[in-house]
Design a protein around this ligand. Structure first.
Ligand SMILES: CC(=O)[C@@H](O)[C@H](O)COP(=O)(O)O
Ligand SMILES: NCC(=O)COP(=O)(O)O
Length: 260
């Protein structure tokens, strides 16, 4: 058993699952009133190519993913019982209504403000704990797995577990920014330590933000127990060049190289 890989909670033979974030397909679609590129078609092509999940982040300003996208993708995912639907957002904004209505496999709580350019930080624990506790409890009562978007802070992992969240999502932008530079090893060691601290308190581990087919293997080799990566911006950008099918296969190959 590869020590880098968490027990097979991922349901994918212990290897890391790929969840494609389709925000940026919606962003392009929204620049005309023509309905193309289709978010649904993009998601279906990624699933057909072997992606194990679809992620959306329906921001309150609907700059990309709109309410109807979230509902239509939920309907699509019913035809893909082996795949997971992950909805991201701030539970103090518009996220909880989607959870109550659609009960996705997973919800990822992200502490973004409404006008934020993109996600750029994790939750502040203990400061945010009492606000999050009832929301986590409600999601779990609906049978929805809760993941908290977190910076690589080992000391915060026991607090996440105490809140009752099942997973963390490691916010990986600092790794992506250090990748290929002299800072890489030091930054990566912080993610490794955070993952070890998360596993020690029984948390599952997801990861995302600015991951791509170049940096993904190195990350998964260094960070133990990652069950899911959610990737959007770079993957959709690659798909403009390679197409969705070949792009998903490329990302799956990047994942597999981490366990070779
Ligand atoms: C939480 C996170 O890092 C991403 O999932 C987020 O969805 C990116 O949002 P944008 O696609 O709006 O940049
Ligand atoms: N949670 C990360 C995600 O869904 C996509 O982030 P990115 O690959 O668009 O940076």
């Amino acid at each position: 058993m590869n020590p880098l890989v968490a027990p097979d909670a991922s349901g994918h033979g212990g290897r890391c699952a790929l969840s494609v974030n389709v925000n940026k397909v919606a962003l392009l679609r929204n620049t005309r009133h023509l309905g193309i590129p289709s978010v649904l078609r993009a998601a279906e092509q990624c699933l057909l190519a072997g992606a194990q999940g679809i992620t959306v982040h329906p921001r309150p300003d609907a700059r990309h993913i709109r309410t109807e996208d979230v509902h239509e993708l939920a309907a699509l995912m019913k035809a893909w019982p082996q795949a997971e639907y992950n909805i991201e957002g701030n539970p103090t904004q518009n996220l909880m209504e989607f959870v109550r209505q659609l009960r996705p496999h997973q919800v990822t709580f992200v502490p973004d403000s409404e006008e934020q350019f993109t996600s750029d930080h994790g939750w502040n624990l203990p400061a945010d704990m009492e606000r999050l506790r009832p929301l986590i409890a409600e999601c779990k009562s609906l049978g929805v797995r809760v993941s908290l978007f977190m910076d690589p802070l080992p000391a915060a992992m026991p607090l996440v577990a105490e809140l009752g969240a099942e997973r963390i999502e490691l916010y990986t932008e600092t790794f992506a920014g250090a990748f290929g530079t002299p800072r890489e090893a030091g930054v990566l060691s912080g993610f490794t330590a955070t993952a070890q601290a998360a596993l020690a308190v029984g948390l599952g581990i997801n990861a995302g933000h600015d991951l791509n087919r170049e940096n993904l293997t190195k990350f998964l080799q260094a960070v133990p127990g990652v069950q899911e990566v959610s990737i959007g911006h770079a993957l959709i950008s690659d798909a403009l060049e390679l197409g969705f099918t070949e792009t998903v296969r490329e990302y799956q190959r990047s994942i597999q190289r981490a366990y070779a």
